[in-house]
Design a protein around this ligand. Structure first.
Ligand SMILES: [Zn+2]
Length: 402
């Protein structure tokens, strides 16, 4: 959007000059100067720009730009430097001030603008340079750490989400359903970011791989559904999704206590037999006792028995009672996942028993179970369902709006 605006202002340069001649000598000329860059990029009435935190409270970040661009100081509204390209540059923070390599900017917010699209690169934790669209903001979030925020048009962001949340070889209907769900989920987060420096976090909220992750099929799915979002009872839905439901989805209120109104859970047998449908995990009893203790669930001595004392209608474990010889603690199913590891206890749709000195879990599905099951969606698409049918299966009562 910004580029379009800049182009328009260039085209109108001639008429602007005429206007300036007409108003030469007028003292209000100063107010007609362009607004600071950040305001141009995110006008309050235009919500389809999203700020994605891709580095959160880290001591430094390495960024490069292949091609010309500008380093801009947002705090003092001034250009620091024009560059023809930016080699690998380390941004760090000392005493709340951002350093560009060894240069102290004396600012806590630097913007990196590239003239050409897809020319900004950020080094990830695997030492790979990931290409991003849009602009990059480096913000000192306290005295010694920084957050890097990628600001870009919503659909360009979704182009980097769908390939990370699905497999590009999946049928188009499943990719389209994922594009709409991810876009809706992102839009529902924009109001939360009102007083923050970002709207959404990768990978915490949803995976995002920048322009590097983009593939032709997933980009097609984003463009085919451009701007489409799901609404429920007139409001943008917080469209949750996850890997595999194991046969039944879950009521939102059972997992996210703050959610009052949400499409109801459904039976969804399509993912049966897919690769994440079943799982098992076992942990030695002393290890389990230690993990519970670490999480503040103190039991004197070792776990002697474990029992699921309450299940939700879907069959997911709501409350689990761990007992030692003299004491018991009760934790929720989701707490159990957090304490023993989300990738170990992949869902709360499980049975548990003690055998041979170990706690043994046998379960189905992967994820919280609220909203869209990605593997059901893949199978539904194979069977010929279109993306609207997939979305209304998982989010019944919702509408697709633009
Ligand atoms: Zn499923």
């Amino acid at each position: 959007m910004t580029f379009i605006k800049i182009k328009i202002s260039c085209l109108n340069l001639f008429s602007l000059l005429l206007l300036l001649l007409l108003f030469a000598g007028c003292t209000t000329f100063r107010s007609a100067l362009p607004r600071p860059i950040n305001d141009v990029l995110r006008p309050s009435s235009y919500a389809k720009i999203i700020r994605v935190a891709i580095v959160l409270t880290k001591p430094s970040a390495t960024i490069s730009v292949i091609g010309p661009g500008t380093l801009y100081d947002k705090i003092h509204h001034k250009r620091i430097k024009r560059f023809s390209s930016l080699g690998k540059t380390v941004f760090s923070v000392k005493n709340g001030s951002i350093f560009i390599n060894n240069y102290n900017t004396k600012s806590s917010h630097i913007i990196i603008l590239a003239d050409m699209p897809q020319s900004i690169r950020l080094r990830d934790k695997f030492d790979e340079d990931i290409v991003y669209r849009g602009r990059m903001d480096v913000i000192a979030d306290n005295n010694s750490s920084l957050t890097v925020v990628n600001t870009l048009p919503l659909d360009e962001y979704i182009m980097g989400v769908v390939p990370r949340e699905t497999f590009p070889a999946w049928p188009l209907a499943a990719l389209r359903a994922q594009a709409v769900a991810a876009r809706t989920f992102a839009v529902s987060h924009i109001p939360n970011g009102k007083d923050k420096i970002y709207d959404i976090v990768s990978p915490t909220h949803q995976l995002y791989g920048g322009a590097t992750a983009e593939t032709p099929s997933t980009t097609k799915a984003v463009l085919d559904t451009q701007g489409e979002i799901l609404t429920y009872k007139g409001k943008v839905l917080c469209a949750f999704f996850y890997t595999c439901c194991g046969g039944k989805t879950e009521e939102a209120k059972n997992i996210f206590s703050t959610i009052k109104e949400y499409p109801h859970a459904v039976d969804s047998p399509y993912c049966k037999g897919t690769k994440h449908y079943s799982w098992s995990y076992s942990v030695a009893l002393p290890n389990c006792s230690q993990k519970l203790r670490k999480a503040g669930k103190y039991l004197p001595g070792q776990v002697k028995s474990v029992k699921i004392i309450e299940r939700f209608k879907s069959g997911r474990a709501a409350k689990i009672k761990f007992s030692s010889k003299t004491k018991s603690v009760i934790i929720t199913g989701e707490e159990c996942r957090r304490i023993l590891g989300y990738n170990n206890i992949r869902s709360t749709l499980f049975k548990v028993r003690i055998k041979n000195g170990r706690l043994q879990f046998i379960g189905r599905g992967w994820g919280h179970g609220v909203g869209l099951c990605q593997w059901c969606s893949e199978v539904m698409a194979e069977k010929g369902f279109d993306y609207e049918q997939i979305l209304s299966h998982f989010y019944p009562g919702t509408e697709i709006e633009r």
